[in-house]
Design a protein around this ligand. Structure first.
Ligand SMILES: CCCCCCCCCCCCCCCCCCC/C=C/C(=O)SCCNC(=O)CCNC(=O)[C@H](O)C(C)(C)COP(=O)(O)OP(=O)(O)OC[C@H]1O[C@@H](n2cnc3c(N)ncnc32)[C@H](O)[C@@H]1OP(=O)(O)O
Ligand SMILES: Cc1cc2nc3c(=O)[nH]c(=O)nc-3n(C[C@H](O)[C@H](O)[C@H](O)COP(=O)(O)OP(=O)(O)OC[C@H]3O[C@@H](n4cnc5c(N)ncnc54)[C@H](O)[C@@H]3O)c2cc1C
Length: 672
């Protein structure tokens, strides 16, 4: 018997490379750095990210002494918060004078702070971190909803982390239906204050990240009452805890909501108010105001108050591309090193990567990771353009931004959650281990399907925009193909990328028309419009989903055509793009088109098989960031699985003495 030997203790560890992975890497015929740079943005950004990740990972105080999964709920929170705080401190300190950190040092010398960002921070903070909402929603809410004066007052303190905040909108009783929120903010002109009140159990704020124990401030969404009238929900900046003692202020009831499916280092919380008074100027007043005498000044659009959510929906598309890159790296590398069953009778067991059925599980996710990367870039640019215009008083782009951000958020999260589960299955039993990294990724992807707008609800928002556009031609650029003479023609299926995009438009337009027919039919039968809408929901959601696929597919095709790519990388992206488009079309098309596409699909599986390992290598994810024993760069999956298993507290002693003596032994000795 070969005895287990801890691999990481031996010198050999640093030189090992699984022979199957080595062979794939030796046959690489494109420049991996080109894909790395494409994902980072450019060569300089890659250099910066790599140095930053190295800087973070080389700090022993930021390492987990034991895997966080063995910690209690309370310990998990404390351990991750500690790392987050140390990380923030580290970013403020001068970078040591070592050649490997030259870019970071130069940046600091030029007066630019080290920007942690989503990617580098997730290298050590993998379980959802308590400071995340401060950066992702609290600060953006002050910027997006606060007047210039309010920004000048609060932003420096928030950016310095002198105050830490969250975004408290959802309540026990209402998350989706914002007009139904119950928290009240009533203006008192005598004291020039708002009085915050939680009128019922269902009005308690419930869910906000970092609210339970970490935040001392929050942007609270509440129904604004002034001069006896409700003006709808508005954002208020509210202090929750004393800035020195961290004790909750009088009238504030705050706590943590308990364990969740994932993201358990984040102290999602609850919050109630018992007649808490805040000054008038803590209503965030960029878009609407309450004057000293209580006069309400309306915003240009009531939906401007929803802008923080739009920002985060855009952010989430980027996050999903990152989650997919991790999941597909793990599954592809593992599929390369894992041998199982018999392909040719009597021959050695093949790499599971050679099974077509396995490729069919991996490669759609690989292709989608690029699709969502390009989609995120596009919607991010649109967001900035629209925000700039809104700043100048031009709201024309708002509906298109809303439609596009809802569509891309819903598609990227639902596809990522589905792909992560398929990729987990592709790793067989070992994929079910926490140490595979899949459970964490699944926790993030499924949470994203729900937060920042539950996906079904967002699909229905997209459908509303599509139907409106089809009826009155009022929609923006993303739905232009649905307007009158722009409608895609019904030419025969042509398998060029442009031909397939045309097909996507035809499929989406077809579903929109079917939904319109259904709505009209219900109307003819005497249903009220809202009832007809409810009865047509299934068809409406189909239309929205087909439209979202068209949007993402179109972005992918346009990005592949840009001339900044080299020949080899362009052809890889071209093939992955074509492959994903066909994969998505399979879900939509009738049988007459299928056989044409099936042959192409199978051909592409073989082509992608040739470079899949090298493409995932070019995602350039450090082993520490991947957090998976199955997906490590060296492919030493079995050894790492074993090393990780031996960290289990149950393996500290050969016998778990207490439970054996107290329970097992008496049971085995007792007679019937
Ligand atoms: C150590 C240091 C660490 C550093 C770390 C740094 C970075 C950390 C990294 C972490 C990585 C994390 C990545 C991602 C993290 C994300 C965290 C998220 C946490 C979650 C937060 C939340 O969930 S907050 C709560 C979100 N809630 C929702 O989204 C609610 C959903 N509901 C709604 O949006 C609305 O109610 C509605 C849209 C469904 C309906 O609204 P309403 O009833 O008012 O409208 P109508 O349906 O009647 O429509 C009327 C009309 O308005 C239009 N419209 C609706 N919404 C908008 C909009 N937003 N913009 C523009 N227009 C809108 C609608 O289309 C209608 O138009 P018509 O013309 O009338 O048709
Ligand atoms: C991990 C996590 C973190 C979160 N962080 C925050 C945070 O930081 N701040 C914050 O304010 N909130 C936060 N939330 C709350 C989140 O935004 C809401 O849970 C989400 O918006 C969904 O709302 P809900 O829970 O009320 O679901 P509901 O709206 O009750 O949904 C339940 C079901 O009803 C369906 N449904 C609802 N309305 C309709 C409709 N009109 N038509 C058809 N079907 C409908 C939905 O599709 C769903 O199937 C977080 C949630 C999670 C899971």
């Amino acid at each position: 018997m070969i005895k287990y030997k801890q691999f990481t203790d031996t010198m050999a560890a640093s030189f090992y490379e699984n022979p199957d992975l080595k062979r794939e890497r030796q046959s690489c015929n494109f420049d991996k750095d080109e894909i790395t740079n494409l994902i980072d943005g450019n060569v300089e950004k890659t250099k910066y990210r790599r140095e930053l990740v190295e800087y973070i990972l080389s700090d022993p105080s930021l390492k987990d002494p034991i895997p966080v999964e063995y910690l209690s709920h309370e310990e998990k929170y404390a351990a991750e918060l500690k790392k987050a705080c140390l990380l923030v401190q580290k970013m403020r300190e001068p970078v040591p004078k070592e050649a490997k950190f030259e870019t970071l040092r130069k940046r600091q010398e030029n007066g630019k702070p080290l920007d942690i960002g989503v990617g580098p921070s997730s290298v050590i903070l993998k379980e959802g971190n308590a400071l995340g909402l401060h950066f992702v929603m609290f600060i953006p809410a002050i910027i997006g909803q606060g007047s210039t004066e309010q920004q000048n007052k609060w932003l420096p303190r928030a950016l310095n982390l002198e105050i830490i905040g969250t975004y408290a909108q959802t309540e026990l009783g209402h998350g989706t239906f914002l007009r139904g929120l119950e928290t009240k903010a009533t203006y008192d002109p005598d004291t020039k204050e708002f009085i915050l009140e939680t009128p019922s159990l269902s009005a308690y704020k419930w869910w906000p990240g970092g609210l339970g124990k970490t935040s001392n401030y929050a942007v609270v969404m509440a129904q604004l009452y002034t001069k006896g009238k409700c003006e709808g929900i508005h954002p208020f900046l509210v202090q929750l805890r004393d800035e020195t003692t961290h004790e909750p202020l009088p009238g504030i009831f705050v706590g943590e909501i308990g364990p969740k499916l994932g993201l358990n280092s984040n102290d999602n919380g609850y919050l109630g108010f018992d007649r808490v008074r805040i000054p008038r100027d803590q209503l965030l007043m960029k878009h609407s105001q309450v004057l000293e005498d209580g006069t309400y000044v309306k915003p240009k659009s009531t939906k401007l108050g929803y802008a923080t959510m739009v920002y985060v929906r855009v952010f989430i598309v980027q996050d999903m591309a990152q989650v997919l890159r991790k999941a597909v790296t793990i599954a592809t590398r593992y599929s390369c090193v894992r041998h199982q069953s018999e392909l040719k009778p009597g021959e050695p067991e093949p790499q599971i990567l050679d099974y077509k059925a396995q490729q069919n599980k991996l490669f759609p996710a690989l292709a989608a990771s690029f699709a969502f990367h390009f989609a995120a870039e596009k919607v991010w640019n649109l967001y900035h353009l629209a925000t700039e215009n809104i700043g100048k008083g031009d709201l024309q782009m708002l509906p298109d931004l809303h439609g596009m951000s809802c569509a891309m958020k819903a598609l990227s999260t639902s596809e990522t959650a589905k792909f992560v589960e398929t990729l987990r299955q592709s790793c067989g039993g070992h994929g079910y281990m926490v140490s595979s990294g899949f459970p964490r990724l699944y926790g993030i992807a499924t949470a994203s399907e729900t937060y920042e707008g539950e996906n079904t609800v967002l699909w229905l928002q997209v459908a509303r925009y599509l139907i409106k556009t089809r009826m009155d031609g009022s929609g923006g650029q993303s739905v232009a193909y649905l307007i009158g003479s722009n409608l895609p023609d019904n030419k025969a299926v042509d398998l060029s990328l442009d031909g397939i995009i045309n097909l996507f438009q035809r499929v989406a337009a077809g579903y929109v028309d079917l939904a319109m027919k259904e709505l009209a039919e219900h109307g003819r039968q005497g249903m009220a419009p809202y009832d007809a809408w409810n009865h047509s929901a299934v068809q409406l959601i189909k239309a929205a989903q087909a439209h979202a696929r068209y949007l993402v597919a179109d972005c992918f095709v346009r990005s592949v055509k840009e001339d900044k790519l080299s020949g080899p990388v362009r052809s890889i992206l071209n093939e992955l793009c074509e492959f994903l488009l066909i994969y998505w079309l399979f879900a939509e098309l009738k049988t007459e088109h299928l056989s044409q596409l099936q042959a192409k699909y199978m051909e592409l599986l073989s082509i992608i098989r040739g470079y899949a390992v090298n493409v995932v290598d070019s995602f350039d994810i450090r082993d520490e960031a991947l957090g998976s024993v199955l997906g490590c760069w060296d492919g030493n999956a079995y050894q790492r699985l074993f090393d990780e298993a031996l960290k289990s507290p149950l393996n500290r002693n050969a016998v778990h003495r207490e439970s054996f003596e107290k329970y097992l032994k008496p049971l085995m000795k007792s007679k019937l």
